[in-house]
Design a protein around this ligand. Sequence first.
Ligand SMILES: C[S@@+](CC[C@H](N)C(=O)[O-])C[C@H]1O[C@@H](n2cnc3c(N)ncnc32)[C@H](O)[C@@H]1O
Length: 389
Amino acid sequence: MDKPKDTLVAKTFYGLEDLLAKELEDLGATNIRKANRAVYFDGDKQMMYLANYHLRTAISILKPIDNFESKDENDLYQKVKNRIAWDNYFTNKHTFSVEATVHSSVFRHSQYAILRVKDAIVDYFREKTGKRPYIDTENPDILINLYISERQCTISFNSSGEPLFKRGYRVATSIAPLNEVLAAGIVMLSGWHPSQNLIDPMCGSGTILIEAALIAHQLPPGIFRKKFGFETWPDFDAEIFEKITKDEKENVDTSSFCSIIGMDVDDSALTKARLNVKNAFLNPYIHLKVADFFEYTPPFREGVVITNPPYGKRIKKEDIENFYKRLGDKLKKDYTGFNVWIISNNLQAMKNVGLHPAKKIKLYNGPDICTLNCYEIYEGTKKTSKHKP
Ligand SMILES: C[S@@+](CC[C@H](N)C(=O)[O-])C[C@H]1O[C@@H](n2cnc3c(N)ncnc32)[C@H](O)[C@@H]1O
């Protein structure tokens, strides 16, 4: 008999939905449907574990258990308490916590909605068993996700627990580190292949380089995680999960791999990158050095640059605009033969790069809108007129 399948939801960042759908397809998920910042799919318990362990562009994997309309917080309380048989899922001995995403003109305070859902679950158990389960916001056994869009409420279990961008390798962060899921997404969007040299000349804590090396070596992003949410669910199947984590990675032939190089002008940032790279066991594959981008000449004639320069939060407007102008000039001078991908949320400063982007992709880094621009630098790459769109 086929194992029972649930509808599951993989959440992601805006702009990464296509990549995530492809990743799910490659994993063997079925009935894949793209939505805004999410991809729905069908899967059994094993697929849920696989998704958590393998997906590079997912932030979390949710398992929805109920969906209903609600008119206010009291109605929400009643429905959460009366519609769901909570003791089918966990007991009063488990700790739990509730997280919420709310887009609603009715439910204006997400913290209050969270409180009502917590109360409803506590009261459900107290009335049924005489004992209440305790809340643990730090490390709950069960993480419940509440999603409200206007009056439509969805209750799910968050099978990931801590978001999946918390890979477990990053022990040190520099100023404005890129989110790991976004970094993996950018590397995948760039189409970089390990046979091409890769440089991040402003690598900060090294996120882009590490995500690229994990992709090259087909190392699952979940390999460093200490815990996934589903491991403390009462129905956790350790045998299935052990098999997933023990599955030998395919023998990757690294003989044709090129260099992955990271630089940063700030040696404290580079110290952090070194720590993170070491923690991910990727030292043999990622070469790091303290260098000023404007004074460094790449050691090869072609390759891919993926980088996120300073956004300018701590720099004066004229200075940051001049920084991006110098960046463009340097690319034209010394990076002929490279495809250069720059992500920045300083859309104004990006215009100063002065090169015509071959591609422009809209992304979000948390709440900040970003642009990922690809510049193909070839002999005679033209400057764009300031008046061109
Ligand atoms: C937004 S941060 C990069 C964050 C990085 N992607 C991460 O995940 O940690 C920008 C980095 O550019 C570096 N930087 C600024 N000017 C530079 C220059 N002239 N040459 C090299 N690196 C530079 C900063 O030190 C900073 O670490």
